[in-house]
Design a protein around this ligand. Structure first.
Ligand code: SAH
Ligand code: AVI
Length: 323
């Protein structure tokens, strides 16, 4: 199946209308909010890759260390002739570590909302793994989506690294885990990356880097609304805010209006008070136990958990319980 044929199943107009609807709904809500899934246009995906290399952003470094050390233990959990389905694949850099250690993986299905980025990464993977079936799916994994028919004879395993599940509210994370159990099937393995609760200083620094890349990533959401919906946000009129909400064990990201202002968005006039914020992302932090308990309640049995030397991050393997 070609990348183009997969991407073509999701016409640009549908993506725009969902985007326009969600943006208007979020900016007219109290408090104002936007979904973090809209960070990832091509610029956002590139900025996220820059974030992963920042000295303050420990999650990628820690998760890569865990995968390098334990990929063969993870590989042993997979049956022969497995299709590895990655949710929110981004650069697929972490999947490559599994692919290199797991000859059982016969097909790799990267699922991502960032369609152009996905198609470029799929081309690189096909070049580097000529014997692997690379079957990208451009889709929003919070909505129902189809998997390629050619997966039918293969066992399925899921891979959800990066602590992207931490960007969901608890009820959304539970819904995702239940949905994943259904699409992966009985006895399937799901390997999930989970960022762990830690001191507020380390957490806050990871989302307030000195180079200002996270600020650019956050502000790109307004730039994207300008580009795709013809809005007139003045980016200089907003600033990045990120802080740890200890009670809720989450990093919150916001865009704060520096002044009182009005912005035209898709035919609507949106009013901002000075200091008013748009809540753009939550990044929940768990303990190995608290995530395991959530997974148990959603059709999964925790089978293994690995952490880095500082216990900043964990990779957990879950097995789908009988339905
Ligand atoms: N797995 C990679 C990338 C994590 S960044 C890593 O661990 O480094 C989050 C990724 O999930 C991005 O590539 C983004 O485009 C994708 N993503 C975010 N929300 C999504 C959604 N609702 N549906 C599909 N992909 C999504
Ligand atoms: C993808 N996700 C898990 C990242 C996070 O840490 O919540 C996104 C991110 N936001 C700011 N920096 C990185």
């Amino acid at each position: 199946m070609s990348v183009q044929s997969v991407v073509a199943r999701h016409p640009a107009e549908d993506r725009y209308s969902a985007f326009a609807r969600d943006v208007i709904e979020g900016l007219t809500a109290r408090p104002k909010r936007l979904s973090p899934k809209y960070f990832y246009d091509e610029t956002g995906s590139r900025l996220f890759e820059e974030i992963t290399a920042l000295p303050e952003y420990y999650p990628t470094r820690c998760e890569l260390a865990i995968l390098r050390q334990h990929a063969s233990d993870m590989a042993r959990l997979l049956p022969p002739q497995t299709a590895l389905i990655e949710f929110g694949s981004g650069s697929s850099r972490k999947a490559r570590l599994l692919l290199d250690s797991a000859p059982a993986i016969a097909a790799y299905v990267p699922v991502d909302i960032s369609a152009e980025w996905l198609s470029e990464e799929a081309a690189r993977l096909r070049h580097d793994y000529p014997r692997l079936a690379v079957l990208p799916v451009a889709a929003d994994f919070t909505q129902p989506f189809g998997l390629p028919r050619s997966l039918a004879p293969l066992a399925r395993a899921g891979f959800f690294p990066g602590s992207t599940i931490g960007n969901f509210e608890a009820h959304q994370a539970s819904a995702f885990l239940r949905h994943a159990a259904r699409i992966l099937g009985e006895d399937a393995i799901l390997i999930v990356g989970i960022d762990l609760v830690k001191d507020a200083k380390t957490l806050t620094a990871a989302y307030n880097d000195a180079a200002g890349v996270t600020a650019k990533f956050n502000l790109n959401l307004l730039a994207r609304i300008n580009r795709e919906l013809g809005a007139d946000f003045d980016l200089a009129g907003f600033c990045h805010q990120a802080f740890y909400n200890r009670e809720r064990q989450r990093i919150e990201m916001h865009l704060a209006s520096r002044v009182r202002q009005q912005v035209q968005v898709y035919g609507r006039m949106i009013e901002f008070r000075a200091g008013e914020t748009i809540h753009t992302e939550n990044s929940y932090k768990y303990t190995v136990e608290s995530f395991g308990a959530m997974a148990r309640g959603c059709g999964w049995t925790p089978v293994a958990a690995w952490t880095d030397a500082d216990a900043y991050f964990s990779v957990q393997a879950l097995r789908a319980a009988k339905q």
